[in-house]
Design a protein around this ligand. Sequence first.
Ligand code: TNX
Length: 459
Amino acid sequence: MTAPSLPLVPLPASVTLTDAAPYRPADPDDLHLTVTVDASTGGPESSSLQVTERGIRIMAADPAGAFYARQTLAQLETDGVYPAVEIQDAPRFRYRGVMLDVARHFQPVETVRAYIDHAASLKFNHLHLHLTDDQGWRIALDSRPELTEKASGTSALGDPGGYYAQADWTAILDHAASRHMTVVPEIDVPGHTHAVGVAYPGLVADPVISDHILETAEAFGGGIPTRGFPYTGFAVGFSSLKHDDPAVDAFLADVFGELAAITPGPYLHIGGDECLGTDPADYAAFVEKATAIVAAAGKIPVAWHEAGAVAGIHPSTVGQYWNFVQPQEGQDAPARAFATRGGLILSPADVAYLDMKFDALSPLGLVWAKGVTTLRDAYDWEPTAILDGVGEQQILGIEAPLWSETARDLGDLEQLAFPRIGAIAEIAWSPAAAHDWDSFAARIAGLVPRWRSAGIRIP
Ligand code: TNX
């Protein structure tokens, strides 16, 4: 297998170190790099990379493949020297995502740009932005200006909020595109909508105050949510849009219609998670409506896996699985229901949630998904072994969500993400047959000092 001395993460499909002398370019700014893009050379995002003592050759099936070969090349370089190698590369899964929650703590465009760069260097190709939640509405929509005017001012922990004006949204889309990343915006309905009620109190039901809400207020502060007033705590599941109001239907049509119009990628995420305050029949009606609106606007709906239980969900909908590697009771059936719809994105929370604590002492992160998640936890799982009936064919890909209840800025996000984001990158990109903890641990250990010297904060 690969020499562990090469800090390649995610591991390319095939790496052969040759006997030739390494390549030492005379001028580090002129690599004698030949790049050819030819669709007949392989599948989407694939490439071959050859380093000899005379120079570097990249042959890629498409511009994304050439971009990923450049990422491999950057990892190969040490002090201006490139080892002589032959690499063939292609991704295992076509959807490789990271998610940023910019609702709990708003993150400015520069932070999103930096996170895009980090993720793209690890060959992730989708950025899911969780744009709305109980704590704030983060995207300006012309059809509903009150959402950002009235419901974006605060973040969790009582921190300041913010939102993306349309120019900011364009800046994010452009930067993502320049790194071959597709943006997947999420507007979470019908729960996680307390902020909607700050702008439009008439559209939401009164918060459902459960023991969980009281316990969360006790543990983390933030008080008890009150309709029409900003919420800065961490509790989930208390808010819901009203179910029997035509004004809510008009709201869904405006919001998803406009979002579809300003989003170039194929997916729109409708949320649908943790609707503990919504009656199941009303929940089903919401999911049907929201997915139908998204599909009618020409987009593929994505929903958190609970929505799989809704018989009338639009059949093109992709499910995103967030329960554990060993599904808890009742969680696998709704997820499996997406196998015959749009397929699944897997984000098992006990291994792929980058907001779980990396050590018990850090103030950053949460512990609800089986406590601390180590680098080894994040690495040691196999996507096809989670849900019966959901194999390679039904799995669109893998996503690593990063929720931001405790993460205020880029430094916090980086500390939560690194190095575990490398483990998820490898699960998403590298062949299953190459999965090997010792090899991975050695390769990532080679990358950590480079990440640090590039200014990335790593615990
Ligand atoms: C669960 S799992 C959530 C989010 C929280 C996150 C914190 C899921 C779809 N939703 O609302 O931010 O846990 O880890």
